[in-house]
Write a protein that binds this ligand. Structure first.
Ligand code: DGP
Length: 115
């Protein structure tokens, strides 16, 4: 997709710190990490958000979740991690290309609830 930052990263038009790639999935370090390990895992196919997952494209989510344990292992997250998806404006999604945040070394449940 023309104006999508993550499509440009996948295409190599914008540089990224790649940690994993396969036929369907690309993963790279978040530019503004909120945890000691903060990797974004994205489908190579442009899907704008979780609301756009359908029976036709949902296999991509399986591919992403097959990649996650491999990335977590490579990042040394042997004791566990968090996977986070923000969907839509109220969900805090700022880049409209489906992505999952892999977070290691942060206490997510200790975050303060939004008003
Ligand atoms: P979200 O709020 O869930 O839409 O998260 C988008 C994330 O994308 C945010 O944590 C910052 C990250 N991000 C935005 N632009 C870039 C970029 O150009 N490069 C990298 N590596 N990360 C980016």
């Amino acid at each position: 997709m023309e104006d999508c930052i993550f499509c440009k990263i996948i295409a190599g038009d914008i540089p990224s710190s790649k940690v994993y790639e396969d036929e369907y999935v690309y993963a790279f370090r978040d530019i503004n990490p909120i945890a000691p390990v903060h990797v974004l895992i994205v489908p190579k196919q442009h899907i704008s958000c979780a609301d756009e997952i359908t029976p036709e494209n949902s296999f991509i989510v399986s591919k992403i979740f097959e990649a996650i344990p491999k990335i977590a292992k490579a990042e040394g997250l042997d004791n566990g991690y968090n996977v986070l998806n923000n969907c839509g404006e109220a969900g805090g999604q700022t880049v409209m290309h489906l992505h999952f945040h892999l977070l290691g070394g942060i206490d997510l449940m200790g975050l303060v609830q939004k008003q």
